[in-house]
Design a protein around this ligand. Structure first.
Ligand code: OTU
Length: 622
């Protein structure tokens, strides 16, 4: 990194020299992607120089630590919408005690930048990347918030929607006005011929709510590429000026003091006719360029890539030996398999997952729910290997979480249902999907207890896992589905709003007491993780075989301890026994203590009993 001296700023010329001295890799990536674009590369160096010149001394001091915090086992995240959580930035400032008491050390504030007027995909259609959305506050308040969070030891992540802008972004408006320079920022076509050729090999992200990948603009009599909603115009990264603009904004955001930037929809950023236009090699080069720029100009800022694709493909976004890409990625496959195993009570869906170690010093984010739907990105081969028909199995999960199966405890909705193929994704809050909504509606004590245990188990599965646990605000209170979106014209067609209700803090004091119990339990799980890992890191995590398919076995190797920590999770509402031979096979003998409850287990006895949805974290005693 450069600018290591946090006191002396150096002249602009010196800063440029420092950047040039470190930009060999950047230059080769850039000029390989954009042949003959020496002028644009020179412009990139200039804008980087400006950004580094403007970077505050306090941030440069943080830069000396680089992104070490990303790998700390003490990092616990929560993602939230500012407006849903606290209406405004000021409102959020007043709720910081709540987040701190819960033990959160990283908050992901979902789209905070000025969004499109009217329908805006929950803020993922950005009108202006340099302003905070006026409905929640302004940049001065945001900067204040960041420094208050930092004082409390809480890091901040914001979204950067890089694949598209809103159609009321300044560039789009200029393009509509006939400015060809800005038309070249997007994918414009005079007629439908090229879009048709493109469509032959493209998939659809929103086949129901936004079919097709192109939108006809009648006022201009032109077509524009819109992979997501028609008001989200895909940026054209084949134009190096677009990349320069987007890097300029990246550094502007980094200079606001945020610690992490979530790059939205990275698999989509490079398009080429005759291809799927997803996960293209050039998309990786662009991410490598982002990473080089960040490590030169703001090395304490981590890039979180959002790629919800197959696990093998997600992994590639950590980069390769030649150069790194994202620091952090979502462990989407683990999320899907949690729900798969919960519905089927079959731990093998997780137990048989291949191990994907994060690369290039990066880390995974583990989570169960977020603001999006659950897309069933299952591993077809593994499902077949377990003896199930893949399509029947997937349909079972879809119907199970829709709640229409007789034995389903779940209350959810379909998302992007395709009546022709029967394919769909599912929406719903963690608690409703885990059975709390049905249990409360029927006031069945047994179902209430089971759903409580399920909610706890699901949280334990990702809080007690190597990586960064990320909670979705509201889940810590066992919040239920919110159906009010159905009466809002901008939302009714998009069932993801089912799990985007306002944060119901009142549940702590009023309403069914089960919400308070959920909150207390999750709070203690977070505290437990932090306490357990206070002076140690998880060096290695692996799954081990257990003869009982209802039980998942996982262990951690931690430093300063010869014996690992052993985790056992029961995925069933029935009691389950496991033979201690499944443990002794790994050379684990003697007496072990559950760190959560203090309960002791002697591996010399024949079996170990786990109650409904019970889980243990065992440490060797003697
Ligand atoms: C993301 O999700 C956001 O998380 C969504 O809230 C946005 O609507 C969307 O981008 C557009 O900005 O398809 O169903 O592989 O899965 O980018 C959610 C990545 C999505 C995609 C992901 C996208």
């Amino acid at each position: 990194m450069v600018g290591g001296d946090s006191t002396g700023k150096g002249t602009k010329k010196e800063i440029k020299q420092q950047i040039l001295a470190e930009s060999a890799q950047l230059e080769s990536l850039y000029l390989n992607l954009y042949k003959g674009s020496e002028v644009e590369f020179e412009a990139l160096i200039e804008l980087m120089t400006d950004a580094l010149w403007q970077r505050r001394a306090a941030l440069k001091k943080l830069d000396l630590e680089e992104t070490k915090w990303v790998n700390s086992a003490k990092t616990i995240g929560m993602m939230l919408y500012v407006d849903l959580f606290a209406e405004t930035i000021e409102g959020l400032t007043e709720k910081l005690d709540y987040l701190e008491a819960l033990g959160i050390t990283l908050i992901h504030l979902m789209p905070v930048l000025e969004k499109r007027v009217g329908e805006n995909d929950g803020g993922y259609a950005v009108k202006n990347y340099r302003e905070i959305d006026p409905q929640i506050g302004d940049m001065a308040q945001f900067n204040q918030l960041v420094s208050q969070l930092h004082k409390r030891g809480i890091r901040v992540c914001i979204d950067y929607v890089i694949n598209h802008t809103a159609n009321d972004h300044e560039w789009a408006l200029k393009a509509i006005g006939g400015d060809v320079t800005y038309q070249s920022y997007y994918w414009f076509f005079d007629n439908e011929e090229t879009p048709r050729r493109f469509e032959k090999t493209l998939n659809q992200v929103f086949p129901n709510v936004a079919p097709g990948n192109f939108t006809y603009l009648s006022g201009m009599d032109k077509w524009v590429m819109t992979t997501f909603y028609p008001f989200q115009w895909d940026l054209n990264y084949q134009n190096p000026i677009v990349l320069n603009e987007m890097i300029d904004i990246l550094l502007f955001l980094a200079n606001q003091g945020v610690d992490m930037i979530r790059l939205d929809a990275i698999p989509y950023i490079w398009k080429a006719i005759g291809t799927s236009s997803r996960n293209m090699q050039e998309a990786h080069i662009i991410l490598k360029i982002f990473r080089e720029v960040i490590s030169i100009c703001a090395p304490s800022v981590a890039l979180l890539g959002e790629a919800i694709v197959s696990p093998e493909t997600i992994l590639t976004y950590f980069g390769d030996a030649s150069s790194p890409e994202c620091h952090v990625l979502y462990n989407a496959s683990y999320m899907v398999e949690i729900w798969n195993a919960i519905a089927t009570r079959d731990a093998r869906h997780i137990a048989l997952m291949p191990h994907f170690e994060s690369l290039n010093g990066g880390n995974w984010i583990n989570y169960a729910r977020c603001h999006d739907d659950i897309g069933w990105g299952l591993d077809e081969n593994r499902i077949r290997q377990l003896g199930f028909d893949f399509y029947a199995h997937k349909n079972y999960l879809i119907d199970f979480y829709y709640g229409i199966l007789k034995d389903s405890f779940s209350t959810g909705e379909l998302y992007e249902y395709d009546p022709v193929t029967g394919d769909a994704r599912n929406s719903g809050t963690l608690a409703s999907l885990a059975g709390l909504e049905k249990a409360l509606a029927t006031n069945d004590q047994y179902m209430k207890e089971l759903s409580f245990k399920r909610i706890e188990l699901i949280h334990a599965l990702f809080i007690l896992k190597r990586g960064i646990p990320m909670l979705y605000a509201g889940d810590e209170l066992g919040q239920l589905n919110n159906y009010s979106y159905k009466s809002d014209v901008h939302k009714a067609h998009d069932s993801r709003w089912l799990h985007r209700g306002a944060h119901e803090l009142r549940l702590l004091t009023s309403g069914n007491k089960i919400h308070r119990l959920v909150y207390e339990r999750i709070k203690s799980l977070i505290a437990f993780r932090k306490h357990l890992l206070i002076s140690t890191e998880i060096l290695e995590e692996r799954l081990f075989h257990i003869g009982n398919d209802r039980i998942l076995g996982r262990c951690w190797k931690v430093d300063r301890s010869e014996q690992p920590y052993i985790q056992l999770f029961n995925f069933s509402e029935d009691r389950q026994w496991l033979h201690t031979s499944d443990l002794k096979r790994n050379s684990w003998h003697g007496v072990w203590v559950d760190q959560l409850t203090g309960k002791e287990f002697n591996f010399e006895e024949d079996t170990i009993l786990l109650g409904p949805y019970e889980y243990f974290l065992l440490k060797y005693k003697k």
